[in-house]
Design a protein around this ligand. Structure first.
Ligand code: ADP
Ligand code: AMP
Length: 214
């Protein structure tokens, strides 16, 4: 079963991906996590992506699509795939369709996680992440056992440089103007599932699994 998690920044895509990969025995690709890891390690990809991410803009399609195609090439046949943060526009959605066809596969469901803007801003301002593993916490709603430390690996947690209130507003606008059209795109394909993302993380996971028939 191949699934896209769709929703504005802060909707809980990364949080749900962490839970769902275990339940669905899937492999995850989170383009934002990959970019951040590459920026931290000062790779070529990181250098090319950094200025766009810092400004809350989309990284150019070519770079992002190449990254996803590369990933798809490496995934074992028959393995379930969970996409978090990709696609973010129609060009990327069409490239994904093509990449999946090459695998003789397709996207089965798109989970649209809905959360109002005021909640998104509160969630994002308290978000802390582990750049090594992509694990996500919240200082109030999902605190780590020890402040500033990833529970599982002991790596440090950071506040993302694009998680300031000003950049969050830019990113939410970008979502509404560029990415939200994908809701219609996938609804027309008959594979869209809409989930209330304002419940607790565990309740949201339960609702998603139920909607997927699991
Ligand atoms: P996204 O990947 O969609 O940008 P995240 O999964 O990183 O969103 O979640 C954003 C922030 O909100 C994180 O700090 C996370 O811990 C917190 N969060 C996620 N889901 C919930 C929820 N259902 N209730 C409260 N806080 C949540
Ligand atoms: P995220 O971790 O999903 O919030 O993504 C963080 C940032 O990485 C975004 O604001 C973009 O700058 C960049 N990014 C992540 N995924 C994509 C994508 N599919 N297309 C373009 N840019 C992306």
């Amino acid at each position: 079963m191949n699934i896209i998690l769709l929703g504005p920044p802060g909707a809980g895509k990364g949080t749900q991906a962490q839970k769902l990969i275990k339940e669905l025995n899937a492999v995850q690709i989170a383009t934002g996590d990959i970019f951040r890891y590459n920026i931290k390690n000062e790779t070529d990809l990181g250098k090319q992506a950094k200025s766009y991410i810092d400004e809350g803009k989309l990284v150019p399609d070519k770079l992002t699509i190449d990254l996803v195609w590369d990933f798809l090439d490496k995934v074992e046949d028959g393995k379930s795939i969970l996409l978090d943060g990709f696609p973010r526009n129609i060009t990327q959605a069409e490239a994904l369709d093509e990449g999946m066809q090459k695998r003789n596969s397709k996207i089965d469901y798109v989970v649209n996680i809905k959360v109002p803007d005021d909640i998104l801003i509160e969630r994002i301002s308290g978000r802390r992440v582990c750049v090594e593993t992509g694990a996500t916490y919240h200082i109030k709603y999902n605190p780590p056992k020890v402040e500033g430390i990833d529970d599982e690996t002991g790596f440090p947690l950071i506040q993302r440089s694009d998680d300031t209130e000003e950049k969050v507003k830019t990113r939410i606008d970008l979502y509404n103007n560029t990415t939200a059209v994908l809701i219609d795109y996938y609804d027309k394909e008959g594979i869209l599932i809409t989930i209330d993302g304002t419940k607790t993380p565990d309740e949201v996971t339960k609702d998603i699994l139920k909607a997927l028939g699991k």
